[in-house]
Design a protein around this ligand. Structure first.
Ligand SMILES: Cc1cc2nc3c(=O)[nH]c(=O)nc-3n(C[C@H](O)[C@H](O)[C@H](O)COP(=O)(O)OP(=O)(O)OC[C@H]3O[C@@H](n4cnc5c(N)ncnc54)[C@H](O)[C@@H]3O)c2cc1C
Length: 622
C-alpha cells in the first residue's frame, strides 16, 4: 500500500507523454510487430523503450531496442559465422560509409565535394541519421519543444578556421543564433543555451549522502565559498584551494605527452592537492563528464591536452535538438531534397525529413537507414583487391553489396567486430578503445517555477540518479514562443553517467551497460520523479502536476574514453589511434570521433575528412 500511495504522490499513474500514447499505435501495428517478435519480446521492448516523442525522430530515442539486439548479434558473430546466406543487392558503390552519425555524413559530403561523380552510400542502423546528434520533440501545452538526445552544443569558430569554413559550406551561420527573450513579470534570472553549460548561478544539492534529510541546495557555491555546505572542514578546505588554483591562469595545465602517462585523478591530486576521497565524492564524473566517466580512469591528457574541440572561440550555441542541427545541415547539403525546408536555419530545423528521398536508386549520394553492417571484407588480398564486400542486416535479413572503398565511421565498438580481415595491429589498437555508456533523460515540464524559486536554471548533485540537469532558452528561429519565463513549458535535460570509481574501466562500463539494458522505463521514470521531488519538492515541484512527458535516450557506447597511453602510446608502442589513422587498410579507412580521443562533432568531421581523403588518394585515385 505504501508503494501505491507513493506511486500516486509521484504521479506514476498520471497520463503523460510516456507509454500511454504508444499503446494505441502499438495495437494498430500489432500484427506487423508480432510477425517478427514473440509476445514475450514485445512486452520487454515495450517496457524498455518508453515514449519516443513526435516528428521525424519518433521511434528513435537513443539506441533502440532493435539496435541493441542487432549489436549483440554482431558481437556474437551471428551473421558472419556462415549460417546465413546474404541476398546480393547487385549494387556496387564507389564508397560505402558505415555509420550515419556526423562523422559518416561528413565522410559522404567529403567524397561528394572532392568528386561529385562518385556514388556513395551511407549505411546507418538507426531509424534516423545523426548518431548521437539527434533530437527529441515534445508538444507541451500546445508548444513544440525540442531537446538533444546527446550531442548538444557547438562554439562559434574563429574566422578562417577549418570549422568556420565547414559551417559555411553546410549553411550554418552562428551569428544568426538569437535566443528567446525573457517574458515574465518575475525578475529575470540567467538561463543558458545549452544543457551542458549549466548557467551561473547554479546550485549544488546535498542529500542523504551528506547527512541531509531533507536535502539542501547551496546556490552559487563557489562565490559563497561553500559556506553552509555540509562537508567535512578538510574537504571544504581542499575544494576551496582547488578552486583558487584552478581559476588562476598561472596554473593552467600545459598539454604534454607526460600527462598521458597518468590518470586525471592523479593529476588533480598532484596539482591541486585534492584527496582521492574528495575527487570521488565531488568530482566524479566532474571534469570527466565530457567522456562519460570519472577522473580515476581517464588519461590526464584529457584535462590539459587541448582536447574538447567542440568549436573554438567564444559563444556556444545549440539548435533546439542540439547538434541534430549540424547533422541535418550536412544531409541537406548532401541530398537537398532530403529535408523539406530551404537551406536556412529555420528551413533545415523545422522542415521534415523526406525519408523516401534518402535512398533513391540512381541518386549519387544515398543514406540507407535501419541497416546494420555486420561484415566488411576485401574480396581477395587487401593489397590487390578492387572491391570490398559489405554485408548488412535490415529487418532481420542479411544483404550483400560491393564498394570500391569503405569508411568505417560507426565507432570502435562495432568496427573491431565487423571488419572481418582486420589485421592484428589494427585489432590490437581497437582493443585499447573504451566507450562509456550514458543516458540522457529529457523531461517535459509544464513550468519550471520550482527552479526559479531557487534562482537557478540548473544544478549539480552527487548521489541518486544522474549528476546534473538544466533547462535552456531556444533559438528564436525555431522557438514556438518568442519569450520564456518560469511559467513557460520547457524541457529539463538530465544526464546520467555510470561511474564506479576504483574499478577497472571496462568493468565500470560493463556495469553501466548492464544497468541501461536491464532497467525498465517505468523504474527510471520512478527514479526521476523521486529525484526531482527530493531536490525540488520544497520549492513547489509537484511530480503529478508538473511532468508532462519523459523520453529516455540510452546510449550503450556513448563516449570514447581515453585511458593513459591513448594519445601517445605506452610501453614504446604507437598510440592506438595513430595505428588506425596513419594509413587506410587496403580499401578501408577509419573515422568517428572516438579516433581523436576528443568527443566532439568537430573531430567527427575532421576524422571523416581525413579518412575520405586517404581513400581518394589511394583506392579511389583511378
Ligand atoms: C551525451 C553526449 C553529449 C555530447 N555533447 C556534445 C556536445 O555538446 N558537442 C559536441 O561537439 N559533441 C558532443 N558529444 C560528442 C558526440 O559524440 C559528437 O558530437 C558526435 O555526435 C559523434 O558523431 P560520430 O558520427 O563520430 O559518432 P556517432 O554519433 O556515434 O555516430 C555513429 C553512428 O554509426 C552507427 N553505427 C555504428 N555501428 C554501425 C554498424 N555496424 N552499422 C550501421 N551503423 C552503425 C551508430 O549507431 C551511430 O548512429 C556528446 C556525446 C554524448 C554521448
Amino acid at each position: 500500500m505504501a508503494q501505491d500511495r507513493s506511486d500516486e504522490l509521484l504521479g506514476m499513474n498520471r497520463r503523460i507523454l510516456r507509454r500511454d500514447f504508444m499503446n494505441s499505435a502499438l495495437l494498430a501495428s500489432g500484427g506487423t510487430l508480432l510477425g517478427t517478435l514473440t509476445p514475450r519480446q514485445l512486452v520487454a521492448e515495450e517496457e524498455w523503450t518508453g515514449y519516443s516523442g513526435m516528428g521525424d525522430y519518433a521511434g528513435s530515442n537513443g539506441n533502440t531496442y532493435e539496435i541493441v539486439h542487432a549489436g549483440h548479434q554482431i558481437r556474437d558473430n551471428v551473421f558472419t559465422a556462415g549460417a546465413h546466406e546474404a541476398a546480393d543487392t547487385g549494387e556496387t558503390f564507389d564508397c560505402v560509409v558505415v555509420g550515419g552519425g556526423i562523422s559518416g555524413l561528413a565522410a559522404a559530403l567529403a567524397f561528394q565535394k572532392r568528386n561529385p561523380k562518385l556514388s556513395c552510400l551511407v549505411l546507418e542502423n538507426h531509424p534516423v541519421f545523426g548518431g548521437e546528434a539527434k533530437r527529441n520533440e515534445f508538444i507541451i501545452d500546445g508548444q513544440r519543444i525540442g531537446a538533444p538526445q546527446g550531442s548538444d552544443h557547438f562554439g562559434t569558430p574563429k574566422d578562417r578556421t577549418f570549422t568556420a569554413e565547414y559551417y559555411e559550406r553546410i549553411g550554418i551561420d552562428p551569428s544568426k543564433f538569437e535566443y528567446q527573450n525573457w517574458g515574465s513579470d518575475s525578475p529575470e534570472i540567467p538561463v543558458g543555451h545549452s544543457f551542458e553549460f549549466v548557467q551561473n548561478p547554479y546550485g549544488f544539492f546535498f542529500g542523504a549522502k551528506f547527512g541531509q534529510n531533507p536535502g539542501l541546495w547551496l546556490i552559487d557555491p563557489w562565490t559563497r565559498k561553500l559556506e553552509g555546505a555540509p562537508l567535512p572542514p578538510a574537504m571544504r578546505g581542499e575544494l576551496l584551494k582547488y578552486q583558487a588554483l584552478h581559476s588562476d591562469p598561472a596554473n593552467r595545465i600545459v598539454p604534454s605527452p607526460e600527462l598521458d602517462r597518468i590518470t586525471m585523478e592523479t593529476l588533480m591530486m598532484q596539482r591541486f592537492g585534492l584527496s582521492q576521497e574528495t575527487i570521488r565524492t565531488i568530482f566524479t564524473p566532474g571534469p570527466g563528464d565530457p567522456y562519460g566517466i570519472g577522473p580515476d580512469v581517464l588519461s590526464a591528457y584529457c584535462w590539459g591536452g587541448g582536447v574538447m574541440n567542440r568549436g573554438l572561440g567564444t559563444g556556444s550555441h545549440a539548435f533546439p535538438g542540439g547538434n541534430d542541427g549540424i547533422a541535418r545541415h550536412i544531409v541537406k547539403t548532401l541530398i537537398p531534397s532530403a529535408i523539406s525546408g530551404d537551406r536556412t536555419l529555420p528551413g533545415v530545423c523545422l522542415g521534415h525529413i523526406d525519408f523516401g528521398a534518402l535512398d533513391r536508386p540512381g541518386q549519387l549520394a544515398r543514406i540507407r537507414l535501419h541497416a546494420t553492417v555486420v561484415g566488411v571484407c576485401h574480396e581477395g588480398d587487401p593489397t590487390k583487391s578492387s572491391t570490398v564486400a559489405v554485408t548488412y542486416t535490415r529487418g532481420g535479413k542479411p544483404y550483400r553489396l560491393k564498394a570500391r572503398a569503405v569508411v568505417l565511421a560507426g565507432g570502435s565498438w562495432t568496427t573491431k567486430h565487423i571488419v572481418l580481415d582486420l589485421p592484428d595491429a589494427q585489432r590490437e589498437a581497437y582493443g585499447q578503445f573504451y566507450r562509456s555508456p550514458c543516458m540522457i533523460a529529457n523531461i517535459a515540464l509544464r513550468n519550471w517555477r520550482f527552479l526559479y524559486k531557487l534562482g537557478i536554471s540548473g544544478g549539480y548533485w552527487f548521489e541518486g540518479l544522474g549528476c546534473f540537469a538544466a533547462i535552456r532558452k531556444l533559438p528564436l528561429f525555431a522557438a514556438a514562443a518568442k519569450t520564456m519565463g518560469p511559467d513557460s513549458p520547457v524541457v529539463l535535460t538530465l544526464k546520467v553517467t555510470f561511474c564506479h570509481a576504483g574499478l577497472p574501466v571496462e568493468e565500470q562500463q560493463t556495469r553501466g551497460r548492464a544497468e541501461i539494458l536491464a532497467t525498465p522505463f517505468r523504474e527510471y521514470e520512478r527514479k526521476i520523479r523521486e529525484q526531482l521531488t527530493e531536490m525540488f519538492g520544497a520549492t513547489g515541484f509537484d511530480a503529478r502536476r508538473d511532468v508532462a512527458g519523459i523520453i529516455l535516450n540510452r546510449w550503450g557506447h556513448a563516449y570514447g574514453t581515453p585511458t593513459p597511453g591513448f594519445f601517445y602510446g605506452k610501453d614504446g608502442k604507437p598510440a592506438p589511434r595513430d595505428v588506425l589513422r596513419n594509413a587506410p587498410f587496403g580499401r578501408i579507412a577509419f573515422a568517428n570521433t572516438d579516433l581523436s580521443g576528443d568527443p566532439s562533432h568537430v573531430t567527427s568531421i575532421t576524422e571523416a575528412e581525413r579518412a575520405a581523403s586517404q581513400l581518394l588518394n589511394s583506392a579511389l585515385r583511378t
